[in-house]
Design a protein. Structure first.
Length: 426
């Protein structure tokens, strides 16, 4: 099927395009990008994108789809439905499933399931170590052959620097990024950020240094091996400072943060709302300011969701017993557009952190609107206001601290490989 997206304001960071263009899609690829496409036949579906922004489909480098093993929290189908609503054409799913994605068979299961039931593109991330136990390396080569695009023990750090070194050396052979969860277990036994809020609410704190120590260690190991390293869900001012300094001398460091780390502070935990319990925890106002500055300066390359859906029984308990995580696919883009409305980032730089930069990290041909590229496209209204209603989420996970808030900016249309998977435009 041919589709013409007509009259939209196209913003494509990779091609440095920012203006009114028409986009013609033929099957799974983009056929033409031009200012005025008129020669289309009657079978072409026309999408009116006037007064809207057209952009490459978003790419999320960090999410949890829970399948296999935790289908009561999320499935590949429900997770990708939520992702498509949020504007994501591609999502990378972390390895902390049951069984853990540490072998060819689990990788193949995820890929086959996504092919059969996925609404958007799913790229599996393999585990660094077997069972995420930091004892021995996973079957990295076999998982690579099966289709993983990165390795990570997300949910915990690789405890041994020596084992991390081996993982970086193996990953370098396969040109796979290593995605590092930075958390020192000996310092991170609490539930909220260690600071004034933890003092007031009486909950055990997780200090910023628990993250910052591992950020420094993992960068040092990567520099020694001369291997790329991606640091995920960065949340503290100290981490931003360490990364900024390291990048001056070593260009193979990249990092991401998530919308809740530049939108909320640890004050959200003062009401004991377990939907605000996330790992790493929501940090101080000073940390939020530093995260925004890191995004503005380019120290932070990517915005990821860390979509972590949970069933209600994991959250409707005392704060110390509740599970960490926020269901993020359906609010992440609108929250990120807040950076544009605040003047932290212009639209091109904001979209780069959710399209071109993730594509570069993963070695993808998507994240761009150009002739011959995969037809992954979104159409959104940056000014449309809408109330967050968790009960309307496509995700099984209703665990959001943004329920009841009014957000500004909404995705209205998502296309993946030329297929319209979400459409509010008519």
């Amino acid at each position: 099927m041919k589709v013409l997206i007509r009259g939209g304001h196209l913003v494509d960071p990779k091609n440095d395009i920012d203006g009114r263009y028409d986009v013609l899609i033929d099957g799974p690829v983009i056929k033409e990008v031009s200012r005025n496409i008129r020669k289309v036949d009657g079978s072409t579906k026309v999408i009116d994108a006037s007064k809207r922004i057209v952009a490459p489909g978003l790419i999320d480098v960090h999410s949890h789809l829970r399948e296999p093993g935790f289908e009561y929290k999320e499935t590949i189908r429900t997770g990708t439905m939520a992702a498509a609503r949020g504007g994501f054409a591609t999502v990378v799913c972390m390895a902390n499933t049951n069984p853990v994605n540490d072998s060819r068979s689990v990788t193949e299961f995820i890929i086959d399931k996504a092919r059969a039931e996925g609404i958007c593109r799913v790229l599996p991330c393999g585990a660094v170590t077997k069972g995420l136990k930091s004892e021995e390396l996973s079957e990295i080569g076999e998982m690579f052959e099966a289709g993983i695009v990165a390795i990570s023990d997300d949910g915990r750090s690789v405890r041994s620097a020596g084992l991390l070194r081996k993982a970086l050396e193996y990953a370098k052979l396969f040109k796979l990024p290593v995605i590092s969860h930075c958390e020192d277990d000996a310092l991170s036994g609490g539930y909220v950020h260690e600071g004034l809020a933890s003092l007031l609410n009486g909950l055990e704190g997780i200090p910023a240094i628990a993250e910052e120590l591992i950020v420094g260690r993992d960068i040092a190991v990567a520099r020694y091996v001369d291997a790329p390293l991606h640091l995920t869900h960065i949340s503290t001012a100290g981490s931003v400072e360490i990364i900024e300094r390291a990048k001056r001398a070593f260009k193979k460091i990249t990092c991401d943060t998530c919308p809740h780390y530049f939108t909320l502070t640890d004050e959200s935990t003062l009401t004991y709302d377990t939907n605000a319990k996330v790992n790493p925890p929501l940090r101080s106002k000073e940390d939020v300011k530093a995260i925004k500055e890191g995004l503005r300066k380019g120290t932070i390359d990517i915005i990821a969701t860390d979509h972590a859906p949970h069933e209600s029984t994991s959250k409707d308990v005392e704060f110390d017993l509740a599970t960490f995580g926020i269901s993020g696919f359906e609010t992440a883009f609108a929250l990120s557009l807040g950076l544009f409305h605040e003047g932290v980032l212009d639209m091109k730089n904001l979209l780069a952190k959710m399209t071109a930069n993730p594509a570069r990290l993963l070695g993808l041909t998507s994240g761009v609107i150009t002739e011959g590229a995969p037809a992954d496209i979104i159409v959104f209204d940056p000014d449309m206001e809408w109330p967050v209603d968790r009960n309307s989420f496509a995700s099984k996970g209703k665990n959001t601290p943004f329920h009841g808030m009014t957000l500004r900016g909404r995705n209205l249309f998502t296309m993946v490989d030329g297929k319209i998977v979400y459409n509010e435009l008519g």
